[in-house]
Design a protein around this ligand. Structure first.
Ligand code: NAG
Ligand code: NAG
Ligand code: NAG
Ligand code: NAG
Ligand code: NAG
Ligand code: NAG
Ligand code: NAG
Ligand code: NAG
Ligand code: NAG
Ligand code: NAG
Length: 823
């Protein structure tokens, strides 16, 4: 269950990392007419961004050499372009790349041309090939920039679309450009997945085998692609569309040219945007589509089955084994699976009882290309299939469907889904009665499944022993390790829900000594037991008057719970946004809550042993004790939840309005992300309304912008104030909070003050001057249509892209909870 829908994990597959050889440079960016490139010689672009030469891909032990281009400044060797992607050479010292007969040509060991720029017209001037600093290899007819470009690698990309490159169609020769995935991390030959522009609707599609579309960007509306609303939050790529009689294409530039970023058709069948993070020396995946691995058409190949819960997503159906063991090991599942025992259909030498049988598979997304049969009941459907030697499966709900030949694009779902009957030779089935297999479910040779089983058994044994003791035990001198059953009792079987969120619901409980507690049932935990306990005990050591105290935890198998002090006044949102005028938080209380919250965050950011970034600051996570003293809740979850955290966070309802732009734009998250969220919340202290609340009045603008502009223009700050306060507030404090909030939500995180300064400003120790209106907010205003921060994630839309798979992506959250309650 660890890697459910996890794009971050998949990342490792896409790194095309190569051993760093010491290449000898030709000392220039050019191969001129009388030069050649061979052996370990390379050319390096003028500004030192890109390098071109022979390379061997991945960890391949075979000596397969290709001419390729990679980033000179990125320490993890990352190939962005390959010339001879289908025809490697085995000896690079006797192979040469040189200008020949008006072309750039690669000659193999026998001096036979194996790759060429393939230009037919010969040009007058002395040709040269120059590697430009944007990663474009250009063949031109003279030594300077004004020379005619005869050919350029930007027109012939492999799997990567670089900034400045084009992706589109040529109207003259009716050729569509594609970026096509590598076959696997060790073979740059074209794989099954390709991105293509459809000119008519100016939309992109991803195609399998250049024929079956399985993802659609939706058409371009001048700013975004319709099915990719999250593009509005993209502060990295500046896309533009160019269409004329000769060509139609998109190109993009980087708003910040110092970022190294690329657009890749990955071997996972997902299109991805990645940025290089120099401090962690990793490529950070900040956008990819389709969102989940199993939405990629036929990812597991014929007779393979995709399962989001499974370690590498793909398994073979029962009675099948990988066709190519080696490529499966490289995460290339496209060859699919082959039968272990061939079908016995038509073998007259066999007695009836030994013929083919059917294996029942429940909760399936059915394979592609079914053939409907007009028969009345399930046993007739079965015999229709049995009577056709090419029939491989059938399904019967109200009507009969059979499949002829390969089964493609199967997916194991957690619930819902249909039942498929897979045809197998009788000898493949463990037991059969009346000629019919009765085992339900799919037996997959998945290690994960075994692990769960072992865990379950261990858990049962553990519970038995535990049952006799039946008490809590103390860990680390600080935290209590609770037994699940005790928490079940304390919370009256989780009956009184205090709140919920993407990471789990919170329930009220009472311990035997009548202490009130709040119990959080965690979902989506991807940490192992040891790591979980380590993180929990770290959180347990963090204590501050403005932080909610963790009392203990429970970790039994998949059940992970955290036990906190109960806060009688609930969360801030219930006070700040309540309808009634009575009991409204007065200004003084609001100011003190803002200050206390800031102090809690300073402690997390600066005073703990390791800086803790909260990542989810919002009124729901600020709890109030009996004296309305604020306590920050839910800190430390990011590390506790692990890999799933950012995915859940960025798609969680009610959180997006507080998320800093870097969550979506792909740069590293720092404590300044909390400052941003805190700033967003400060505006809500003033207005008493959610920033995200859309007023019926179309003209009403987004409150943070309204406030920021009004402050800059020197307007009356009290006009911004929550009307329920009836003007009862300290003008200076309101001004200070508004100015501070504007600084906190600056796009550039270096412009945001650290929490320590926030506290000093609120204490009145530091002054705060005017901040510019953040550009990202300005963009929302300019867009007029909607304030994008508050549209829900596009996951529902990505599933529309494929009607056959409409229920797979939207159910992920419920499936997490159902799995954990099962065990
Ligand atoms: C290659 O040609 C250029 C210009 O034609 C000349 O300057 C250079 O000396 C030549 N190099 C060699 C190695 O012949
Ligand atoms: C190459 O091998 C190393 C170490 O075994 C591994 O960490 C890395 O992921 C491999 N790279 C590829 C592209 O398979
Ligand atoms: C060079 O390429 C030709 C044509 O593809 C091929 O027949 C020949 O075997 C290759 N030479 C070597 C040494 O691989
Ligand atoms: C060049 O043309 C040959 C024959 O027409 C073709 O096989 C080859 O794939 C072409 N090479 C490139 C790089 O387009
Ligand atoms: C060609 O253009 C590059 C960058 O655009 C510039 O650095 C270089 O000086 C130019 N060379 C000539 C000969 O104009
Ligand atoms: C891929 O497409 C080609 C050409 O359309 C077709 O001949 C081939 O059978 C397809 N491959 C598969 C696995 O369907
Ligand atoms: C985005 O790209 C377009 C077209 O290249 C350009 O005119 C515009 O200035 C760019 N915008 C920014 C903010 O860089
Ligand atoms: C593939 O991986 C499995 C398990 O890691 C290993 O047993 C098998 O030998 C590998 N096969 C190949 C062809 O590398
Ligand atoms: C028919 O069944 C017999 C007995 O199992 C087996 O030896 C033979 O190979 C089968 N023939 C075919 C065509 O499957
Ligand atoms: C299915 O339909 C056939 C023909 O209509 C009938 O003979 C058979 O009894 C039916 N089987 C069941 C299980 O209803």
């Amino acid at each position: 269950m660890d890697n459910k829908k996890n794009p971050w994990l998949m990342l490792s597959f896409f790194f095309i990392c190569l051993s760093l050889n010491n290449h000898h440079s030709l000392g220039a960016d050019t191969i001129s007419a009388n030069q050649s490139l061979s052996g370990d010689q390379t050319i390096i672009s003028n500004g030192g961004n890109f390098e071109l030469g022979f390379f061997t891909p991945g960890n391949s032990s075979r000596s397969n050499y290709y001419i390729g281009m990679w980033y000179k400044k990125v320490s993890l060797r990352t190939i962005v372009w390959v010339a001879n992607r289908e025809t490697p050479v085995s000896d690079r010292s006797s192979s040469v790349l040189r200008i020949s007969d008006g072309n750039l040509v690669l000659f193999n060991e026998s001096q036979i041309p194996i790759w060429s720029t393939n230009l037919s017209s010969t040009s007058s001037g002395p040709l040269e090939a120059v590697l430009l600093d944007d990663g474009n290899l250009v063949l031109r007819d003279g030594p300077d920039n004004s020379s005619k470009r005869l050919w350029q690698s930007f027109d012939h990309p492999t799997d990567t679309w670089l900034p400045g490159g084009k992706m589109g169609n040529n109207n003259r020769n009716k050729q569509n450009m594609h970026i096509i995935s590598w076959k696997n991390s060790e073979d740059p030959a074209p794989g099954p997945f390709a991105l293509e522009l459809q000119q008519y609707f100016s939309n992109y599609i991803i195609l399998w085998n250049l024929s079956v579309p399985y993802w659609n960007s939706g058409s371009w509306n001048g700013k975004i692609f319709n099915q990719v609303p999250e593009m509005r939050l993209n502060y990295i790529y500046n896309f533009s569309y160019v269409s004329n009689e000769n060509e139609a294409y998109f190109t993009y530039s980087l708003y910040d040219p110092s970022i190294i970023s690329r657009f890749v058709m990955g071997i996972s069948g997902q299109i991805q945007q990645l940025s290089w993070l120099e401090n962690t020396k990793q490529w950070n995946l900040f956008w990819s589509q389709p969102r989940t691995q199993c939405e990629v058409y036929a990812f597991c190949g014929p007779f393979g089955i995709c399962n989001l819960q499974s370690l590498h997503f793909c398994n073979c159906l029962k009675g099948f084994q990988p066709t190519l063991d080696n490529s499966w090991n490289l995460s290339d599942f496209s060859a699919g699976c082959a039968r272990k025992t061939s079908l016995q259909c038509g073998n007259d030498s066999l007695a009836d009882g030994k013929r083919d049988m059917f294996w029942e598979m429940t909760n399936m997304k059915l394979p592609d290309h079914p053939q409907p049969k007009a028969v009345g009941n399930s046993s007739e459907c079965e015999s229709t299939c049995l009577n056709n030697c090419y029939c491989t499966a059938y399904a019967y709900d109200d009507s009969c469907l059979i499949w002829i030949g390969d089964l493609l694009d199967l997916e194991q779902l957690d619930s819902r889904g249909r039942t498929l009957y897979l045809r197998l030779a009788a000898s493949e089935l463990p037991s059969f009665r009346n000629g019919k297999a009765i085992n339900a479910g799919v037996v997959l040779g998945s290690v994960a499944g075994m692990a769960v089983l072992v865990g379950l058994i261990a858990f049962v044994i553990f519970r038995r022993r535990k049952g006799s003791i039946g008490t809590e035990k103390v860990v680390d001198g600080l935290l209590v390790a609770f037994v699940y059953r005790d928490l079940q009792n304390a919370t009256k079987n989780f009956s009184e829900k205090l709140g919920g969120g993407g990471f789990g619901s919170v329930f009220k409980g009472t311990l035997p000594d009548s202490t009130a507690i709040a119990v959080k049932k965690l979902e989506s935990i991807s940490q192992g037991e040891k790591q979980f306990r380590a993180e929990v005990s770290t959180i347990g050591t963090i204590q501050h008057v403005n932080l909610v105290r963790l009392r203990g935890f429970c970790s039994e198998g998949t059940k992970k719970l955290l036990v906190y002090d109960y806060m009688p006044n609930g969360s801030l949102d219930s006070h700040l946004f309540q309808e009634k005028n009575s009991g409204v938080l007065d200004w003084k209380a609001r100011y003190q809550i803002a200050l206390g919250t800031a102090r809690g965050l300073v402690y997390l950011h600066e005073k703990c042993r390791d800086c803790i970034i909260h990542c989810d600051i919002k009124p729901e996570n600020i709890l109030l004790d009996a004296e309305l003293c604020p306590k920050v809740a839910d800190f430390g979850l990011a590390k506790l939840i692990g890999r799933e955290f950012s995915r859940v966070l960025t798609t969680m309802r009610g959180t997006r309005g507080y998320l800093a732009p870097e969550w979506i734009s792909g740069v590293a998250i720092t404590a300044k992300a909390d400052v941003y969220s805190y700033g967003m919340m400060l505006f809500e202290f003033v207005s008493g309304r959610r920033n995200s609340e859309q007023s019926a009045d179309e003209k009403t603008r987004f409150f943070p912008i309204l406030a920021a502009s009004l402050i800059i223009q020197g307007g009356d700050v009290l006009s911004l104030l929550d009307p329920r306060l009836e003007g009862n507030a300290d003008v200076e404090e309101v001004t200070r909070i508004c100015r501070l909030a504007c600084w906190c939500i600056q796009d550039d995180e270096t412009h945001r003050p650290p929490m320590g300064q926030v506290v000093q400003i609120l204490e009145g120790v530091l002054d705060v001057n005017l901040a510019p209106v953040p550009r990202s907010l300005q963009v929302y205003v300019d867009n007029q249509d909607h304030i994008i921060f508050f549209t829900e994630s596009s996951s529902s839309q990505s599933s529309q892209a494929r009607s056959t798979n409409s229920n797979s992506s939207s159910q992920s959250k419920s499936s997490v909870s159902s799995t954990s309650s099962k065990s």
